[in-house]
Design a protein around this ligand. Structure first.
Ligand code: 4NP
Length: 158
């Protein structure tokens, strides 16, 4: 099972989701490969934003090995589950997808918790926006872990 988290810059929200979900999956003994990407090219090759690194570190999660990359068409084939942080991320991915082929992207909070809302972009906010972001993503990641542990999202065996 391969899961990809996607946001705009791949430096704030999706690196948090990547690190948190890797942690949650390991805690639950789930064999899942986790990745993240941004719909923009703006921060390719950069480490996560220092505020995401700090918030994750406070919760015992290390984001420093991550580097930003841009979401690309091959990701629709490479990943079994693609999870965007907000509706704008989903719209940009759907535009690139251009049709029904490959993995259909989902919104994190909708898919994991049945809540039709975005993970707010904390980029222009203060540290408290990043802490809030951590809590929202953590809740989504825990619920996603529960959903994937149930086996209903397992890709078909080939
Ligand atoms: P992210 O946040 O999509 O959660 O990584 C942002 C990062 C960078 C920018 C906007 C949002 N930016 O405008 O550079």
């Amino acid at each position: 099972m391969r899961v990809l988290f996607v946001c705009l810059g791949n430096i704030c929200r999706s690196p948090l989701a990547h690190g948190i979900f890797e942690h949650v999956a390991a805690e639950r003994g789930l064999d899942i490969e986790v990745g993240s990407a941004g719909t923009s090219h703006w921060h390719i090759g950069e480490p996560p934003d220092y505020r995401s690194i700090a918030v994750a570190a406070r919760h015992g999660i290390d984001l420093t090995p991550q580097r930003a990359r841009q979401f690309c068409a091959a990701d629709f084939e490479r990943f079994d589950l693609i999870i965007g942080m907000d509706r704008s991320n989903l719209m940009k991915m759907e535009r690139l997808r251009g049709g029904p082929g490959g993995t259909q992207p989902h919104l994190l909070l909708e898919y994991a918790l049945g809540e039709d809302r975005d993970v707010p972009d904390p980029y222009c906010g203060e540290m408290d926006a990043f802490e809030a972001c951590y809590r929202i993503i953590r809740a989504g990641a825990e619920a996603l872990g529960t959903r994937l542990a149930s086996g209903i999202d397992n890709p078909p065996r080939s």
